[in-house]
Ligand binder design. Structure first.
Ligand SMILES: Cc1cc2nc3c(=O)[nH]c(=O)nc-3n(C[C@H](O)[C@H](O)[C@H](O)COP(=O)(O)OP(=O)(O)OC[C@H]3O[C@@H](n4cnc5c(N)ncnc54)[C@H](O)[C@@H]3O)c2cc1C
Length: 294
């Protein structure tokens, strides 16, 4: 007979105590928007579930000297509305604000989005574009950091051990001359799980009008979000203009052609990525290159 034991720690120490007893049949749940579906599909049907949703100490966004810290249990709604995130990483605010529906965003957390490691997870490309890291706690009570790129290893796969949990997401406070943007394309308007998504972070000096240090991450074009150096090259050392938008779109299409060559989705995605490029470009440069809605 299948049996599920649910543990509900309400602080970090209690969580570590639960992790001490964890084994390969232990699962973590935060908002449950992914986990409960896995449960109902019987991908998980026995063992211990550690419910992190009552740990209020894991729900915060705060500013440190050089970094922004986000508690792992912070909901996507709170992330999308947070002033510090809007200021330092607008792409993450935009991504969190476009996840699923209001109900999903109110329950779903940032750690759940990362832990689920879907190729189309919306918060992963913005976090990767600024080299975000994850603070992880283990059953031995050790706390250490790994980059998000190290932890997310493939479609639905992360390399956390069964006695480990993400407790914080940390990203650098970029200086004022860095800007970022996110865009996605899904199948339905109300609950748009991405068919493709993209995040761009770059340095732009309005005085010199030059783009530098572009970081471009694309999602849903492979087992995990990845960096596109082809698209970065198309942007770096250029001045925003309508011609640059065409060049940027071309580079995005080239990346799709390389990443999913021969797949049935290639025909759709190589066109769809142009819309994403347009959205991102005008989020970044709409004030200097008029005509975003054209
Ligand atoms: C209708 C619908 C629409 C959706 N739309 C989108 C969308 O547009 N974009 C998108 O990106 N996602 C979407 N999702 C997926 C989901 O809502 C998000 O991934 C959400 O962020 C998951 O957070 P959660 O707290 O609910 O995770 P949970 O379901 O609690 O957990 C998800 C996974 O992460 C692990 N986990 C949870 N917390 C931790 C932790 N602290 N440390 C380590 N591992 C942890 C769990 O063990 C589980 O494997 C959608 C889901 C549904 C049902």
């Amino acid at each position: 007979m299948s049996e599920i034991i649910i543990k509900t720690p309400d602080n970090l120490e209690a969580l570590i105590e639960c992790l001490v007893c964890a084994n390969e049949n232990t699962g973590l749940i935060s908002g449950g928007t992914d986990f409960v579906i896995q449960l109902s599909q019987r991908k998980r049907y026995r063992g211990t579930i550690i419910d992190l949703s009552r740990i209020n100490d894991l729900k915060y966004v705060k500013e440190d000297k050089d970094v922004i810290r986000i508690g792992s249990g912070t909901t996507l709604t709170d992330i999308s509305e947070n002033k510090l995130i809007k200021k330092y990483l607008p792409s993450l605010s935009q991504a969190a604000g476009q996840v699923g529906s209001t109900q999903i965003r109110n329950r779903g957390t940032i750690a759940g989005n990362i832990g689920n490691a879907s190729p189309c997870a919306d918060t992963i490309p913005p976090l990767m574009s600024v080299g975000a890291s994850l603070k992880i706690v283990s059953g031995e009570g050790k706390i250490y950091e790994k980059t998000i790129d190290e932890v997310v290893i493939g479609s639905g796969r992360n390399n956390l051990k069964f006695d480990e949990a993400i407790v914080e997401i940390v990203f650098p406070k970029l200086s004022n001359d860095y800007i970022s943007a996110f865009a996605k394309l899904g199948t339905r308007k109300a609950v748009t799980i991405s068919k493709i998504n993209a995040a761009v972070a770059l340095k732009y000096s309005p005085k010199e009008k030059l783009i530098e240090d572009a970081k471009v991450y694309l999602g849903a074009l492979g087992p995990k979000s990845f960096r596109s150096e082809i698209v970065e090259e198309a942007l770096n050392n250029k001045i925003p203009s309508k011609e640059l938008l065409k060049y940027f779109s071309k580079a995005l299409t080239k990346q799709v052609d390389i990443s999913i060559a021969g797949r049935s989705s290639q025909v759709y995605k190589r066109e769809a990525i142009k819309g994403i490029g347009h959205d991102i470009f005008y989020k970044l440069f709409g004030n200097v290159v008029p005509g975003g809605d054209s």
